[in-house]
Design a protein around this ligand. Structure first.
Ligand SMILES: Nc1nc2c(ncn2[C@@H]2O[C@H](COP(=O)(O)OP(=O)(O)OP(=O)(O)O)[C@@H](O)[C@H]2O)c(=O)[nH]1
Length: 295
């Protein structure tokens, strides 16, 4: 490694649904964080690491900055966002091309000094009039003078190298913090829980909004395979049949699809059992959240 090597933390922030997870995955090149059509599916802080010849980017994918609901869960989520931004070297604020709402504006006061911030204007592939982009960006720059503005399409892999270049310039000079092949510093069981949660959101997300979480209760792994038991904790008795589906159909599909993903990740056969537990009102009690692994 040369003296010119740069390494630092990068936070990707933005209101729900702007494409933060898609962007992180596209940049790191591996599916680690959750991508879903539902807003607000990323509750955890997830790190993905990208190592190039001259720099290492450590991405922190923060949860969406919640503005819609009150309650302990949201206070905690907002605290996670604030903390993530204070800790990192570069903040990429993701917005959706042509759209600016209160949710976007509420993040601005949380951003660090402008020279550490980059505006990524995502979903430019959906823009009909590219000319409108200039006026749109000017309006945002008047509110916060970002050090750089990069129009991108996370889904279509457009301009991501330009974005990486802008981030790289702003990383501090320093040695790599992770081995070159590190994709995440999260343990496998955390990623497994995330994969199960992703299946739940994809299948029953509309009916079961934010009141569920996944806890890995058993993890026995040998060279030959892994036996995993996971528990889906829901908030109400009425959530149980939604999750089960007719004849347990939903649950079977969730478990099968998650098992396949986990087996691919571990590169060995996986036996996965998924249970459901009801724990009333958990999402609004900080102590319950802590028990379940949310700090
Ligand atoms: N057309 C288009 N769609 C995109 C692009 N990037 C993301 N999307 C879509 O936008 C939706 C939301 O993307 P996510 O990556 O889940 O958004 P997020 O900001 O992480 O959302 P939360 O986890 O809810 O905060 C998904 O349906 C993506 O496929 C893009 O560049 N172009």
């Amino acid at each position: 490694m040369t003296q010119d090597f740069r390494c630092g933390f990068v936070a990707i922030v933005g209101r729900p649904n702007v494409g933060k997870s898609t962007l992180t995955n596209a940049l790191v090149g591996t599916k680690l964080s959750i991508v879903s059509r539902k807003a607000q599916t990323t509750r955890h802080r997830i790190q993905g690491v990208l190592t190039r010849d001259t720099e290492q980017f450590v991405f922190v994918d923060t949860p969406g900055f919640q503005t819609r609901h009150g309650g302990a869960m949201n206070r905690m989520m907002n605290r996670v966002v604030t903390q993530a931004l204070a800790d990192v070297d570069v903040v990429v604020h993701v917005v959706e091309a042509g759209k600016w709402s209160e949710g976007d504006a509420k993040l601005l006061p949380l951003l660090p000094a402008p020279e550490r911030t980059i505006l990524a204007v995502n979903k430019v592939d959906l823009l009909k009039q590219r000319n409108d982009l200039f006026a749109y960006v000017s309006r945002i720059m008047a509110l916060h003078p970002f050090a750089a503005v990069v129009p991108v399409s996370a889904a279509k892999d457009k301009q991501l190298d330009v974005l990486l270049g802008e981030i790289a310039q702003r990383l501090p000079v320093g040695e790599a913090m992770f081995e070159a092949d590190t994709l995440t510093d999260r343990p496998m069981r955390f990623i497994a829980a995330e994969l199960i949660r992703e299946k739940i959101f994809r299948l029953v997300g509309d009916e079961l909004p934010y009141g569920s979480t996944v806890v890995i209760e058993q993890w026995d792994e040998t060279e030959q395979g892994a036996r995993i038991a996971a528990c889906v904790v829901v908030e109400r008795d009425s959530h149980k049949p939604i999750l089960l589906g007719t004849g347990g159909m939903h649950m079977k599909r969730i478990a099968t699809e998650a098992r396949q993903d986990i087996a691919k990740l571990l590169d060995k056969p996986v036996h996965l059992e998924v249970y459901i537990k009801v724990r009333k009102g958990w999402s609004d009690r900080e102590s319950a959240l802590r028990d379940l692994g949310y700090e």
